[in-house]
Design a protein around this ligand. Structure first.
Ligand code: ADP
Ligand code: MG
Ligand code: MG
Ligand code: MG
Length: 714
């Protein structure tokens, strides 16, 4: 529905969204799933390289359907060979992959993560044309700065920088783009700090479309929890981990053809989907505007953040052991009052009611004609999902989908996609293990929510991975300790290296905890050594021994011969960067400053799919015979070659021996010519030379005085 029509349905969708949540929550509140399941999402960009630069390849949809069809074919033939689910993404140059089935809670599966990612990359390679690459970079460096001929100022994004063609053709994506703009009352405005180099002019990079943010690729991980309470606890822990995982994976040094002074994408995305009215964005308390009654909060409720933001409040209600989430909720969370009251009236506790009522301070952005009053609140959750799926937060709490076996899940959404699957797997596995540690050892990492927000800001800064400090809990609360025993000073500033490896005698560090955990479950050695490589990588990112993708890419640009020290990423620099990133991703080029000694084994399209040991039919028996003859001939040649190789080796040996002998003889004959005299001669000359001369003299003397006796000779 166009926004003007949709406006009349907004209130309906919001109200029924809350109702649907309440019903759904009741139906699933006792749902339990004992197995840990988790899965990642990786987003890819498709780019075309040419002699004068690089451009977007707007084939995301085509590539996705080609790969999905091939996947279905594979599964029909050999069910186990299905490996990937391909998903559409915002940009028409993007695709997303997830493992076909989530990984499960066995150590083996920790190793499956990387191999799944590698298969997915191999399959994607299969769909590329000769001039295309698909490196896992966060953003297309030239977005809004390339000189393609597509018209700007399209009806959807109304952008002077990018054409509407960059938006995925599925109606949802265009509608999101247009409605955000219309609700806001103006184009979105993206502003990022410009990296300052010798010849840089200006101090900001500006962009004007959703594509600049939603066109960023990321790495997300979703975890299934045992039950609703565990999912709430996990949500809180991941909310605290979110900023530090973003800093460690920082990979966004370029925006719209320029180097930015930030390392991460989050702020860019946040601004690119900011649908708040100017009234909602105000910094003063009161507003005189009447607003529009049809909008959430009449469009005049002051809102701190865009709908793409860090988690707003903690939700765990387990006060029995240690969590006491409520005490750490020190940020004023905007809520839809009527939603909050309804949720509370229906018996939802305050923490969860606040979380849900906060989702509903936003409007539904896309309403499909015929899917509004028609949705059955008793069985469906479309209206709740409408709000839920467009509150793009650092962590998402995912109630079980309607009609499925899936349990309560939580998704971590802040990580930036890495150039190689070794790294993507490293970060995925690390998150899995940190969560296992927190759950098994009954630890928590709460810091006040305001500090988490500060950490999100800090994570953006250039070099944050090794240089920034973050608010962190210095004493992990031990089981059974009452939550009132917590002191102010238990939250201190630490570097990521300290957060990972420990500080003082009181804070053990996440990495030692992970290693102790693996030890205590008796992890198999293969997995343990793989995990060791993963955590080594992460620790080295924090120590600065290895670079983040952001630092490495910024350096690549600055060292490029075409770079003019003006923070501008030219088309040829962008092309070379994309090509190099692709080569690193598929293991053609090893980049020690990023990966250390971890060499990525080549990812090849030829290995993308399983090949069946099928029956082969030859057209004629003579063609089979020809082939057999060729192989027989080849076998003969191989045998012959082997004999010749042996002969050559033997002769070479003999030759070596002879040459050695010759050399010794030469040395013996021409001691002064030799580089080194033979030891016996040496000794004679130096020590016994005098004696020898005397002896010879004497012998000569004797021989002169002695006449040979006649007949003495033969
Ligand atoms: P979204 O885009 O809404 O975040 P996706 O379907 O793209 O969702 O990704 C969901 C992720 O969750 C995938 O990696 C998938 O493997 C994983 N997943 C699916 N089922 C489960 C489950 N029961 N528990 C945990 N993770 C799951
Ligand atoms: Mg997804
Ligand atoms: Mg996605
Ligand atoms: Mg996701």
């Amino acid at each position: 529905m166009p926004w003007q029509e949709a406006k009349d349905k907004l209130t309906y969708v919001r109200q029924h969204g809350v109702d649907q949540f309440i019903q759904h929550y009741r139906r699933h509140a006792t749902k339990q799933r004992d197995t840990l399941l988790y899965g990642d999402e990786i987003e890819y960009g498709l780019f075309k390289l040419s002699s004068d630069g690089a451009s977007l390849s707007l084939r995301g949809d085509e590539v996705r359907s080609l790969l999905s069809n091939r996947e279905a074919e594979e599964r029909r033939a050999i069910p186990e060979s299905g490996k990937v689910t391909w998903h559409p993404e915002y940009g028409s140059w993007m695709v997303e992959s997830t493992p076909e089935k989530p990984y499960s809670g066995y150590t083996d599966d920790l190793r499956r993560v990387e191999s799944s990612m590698r298969s997915r990359r191999a399959r994607l390679l299969m769909a590329l044309k000769d001039d295309e690459v698909a490196p896992t970079v966060v953003a297309f460096p030239l977005l809004g700065a390339s000189n393609d001929e597509l018209p700007r100022n399209g009806p959807v994004a109304s952008s002077v920088l990018v054409p509407d063609e960059v938006i995925n053709p599925h109606p949802r994506f265009g509608a999101l783009t247009k409605n955000i703009r219309e609700r806001r009352g103006s184009n979105v405005e993206v502003v990022a700090p410009l990296f300052q180099d010798d010849n840089t002019t200006g101090d900001a990079i500006k962009a004007d479309a959703m594509a600049f943010g939603m066109g960023c690729c990321c790495l997300q991980v979703t975890f299934q929890c045992r039950d609703v309470d565990e999912s709430r606890h996990v949500y809180d822990q991941l909310a605290v981990l979110a900023p530090i995982m973003m800093a460690l994976t920082a990979a966004t040094p370029i925006l719209a053809g320029k180097l930015q002074d930030h390392d991460c994408r989050w702020d860019i995305v946040s601004q690119s989907v900011d649908d708040r009215t100017s009234d909602e964005r105000r910094t003063t308390m009161s507003s005189s505007s009447k607003g529009d009654k049809r909008l959430a909060g009449s469009g005049t409720r002051k809102l701190r953040t865009s709908r793409y933001a860090a988690a707003a409040s903690y939700v765990c209600r387990r006060c029995d052991l240690h969590s006491c989430a409520a005490r750490y909720n020190d940020v004023d969370v905007e809520v839809d009052e009527s939603a909050l009251q309804k949720l509370q009236r229906e018996g939802i506790d305050d923490l969860l009611a606040t979380h849900v009522a906060h989702l509903f301070v936003r409007d539904p952005l896309v309403i499909f004609d015929g899917l509004c009053e028609e949705v059955d609140d008793n069985t469906q959750t479309d209206h709740f999902e409408n709000l839920q799926s467009t509150n793009w937060n650092s962590v998402r709490w995912k109630p079980p989908p309607a009609d499925s076996q899936i349990g309560w899940r939580v998704e971590l959404r802040t990580m930036e996609v890495q150039l190689t699957d070794f790294e993507n797997a490293a970060f995925t596995v690390f998150c899995v293990l940190v969560l296992r540690v927190l759950l098994s050892f009954d630890l928590n990492i709460y810091v006040p929510m305001s500090k988490v927000h500060e950490n999100m800001d800090r994570a953006h800064s250039r070099g944050a991975a090794s240089q920034q400090k973050f608010w962190w809990r210095s004493h992990m609360v031990v089981p059974g300790e009452p939550c009132t025993g917590d002191k102010e000073e238990s939250v201190v500033e630490m570097t990521l290296l300290e957060i990972l490896t420990g500080k003082g005698g009181y804070y053990p560090g996440l990495v030692p905890l992970v290693l102790v955990y693996l030890d205590s479950i008796g992890c198999d050695p293969d997995t343990a050594s793989r995990v060791q490589a993963y955590v080594d990588l992460i620790v080295k990112r924090a120590s600065g021994e290895l670079q983040t993708a952001a630092a490495w890419q910024r350096d690549f640009v600055r060292q490029h011969p075409d770079y003019k020290k003006d923070s501008v990423v030219t088309p040829t620099i962008a092309r070379d960067l994309l090509q190099r990133c692709h080569a690193i991703g598929v293991g053609d080029v090893h980049e020690p400053s990023l990966l250390g000694e971890n060499v990525v084994a080549p990812v090849r399209k030829e290995n993308a799919y399983n090949v069946q040991l099928s029956r082969v039919h030859f057209q004629t028996s003579s063609s089979l015979c020809t082939l057999l003859d060729q192989y027989a001939e080849r076998a003969l040649l191989v045998k012959k070659r082997k004999a010749v190789v042996e002969d050559v080796a033997r002769l070479r040996n003999e030759l070596d021996e002879k040459e050695k002998e010759l050399k010794e003889l030469n040395d013996a004959l021409e001691p002064s010519n030799g580089v080194q005299r033979s030891p016996s001669l040496n000794r004679l000359h130096s020590e016994e030379g005098e004696n020898l001369a005397v002896t010879l003299e004497r012998m000569r003397g004797i021989s002169e005085s002695l006449e040979p006796a006649p007949g003495d000779g033969v």
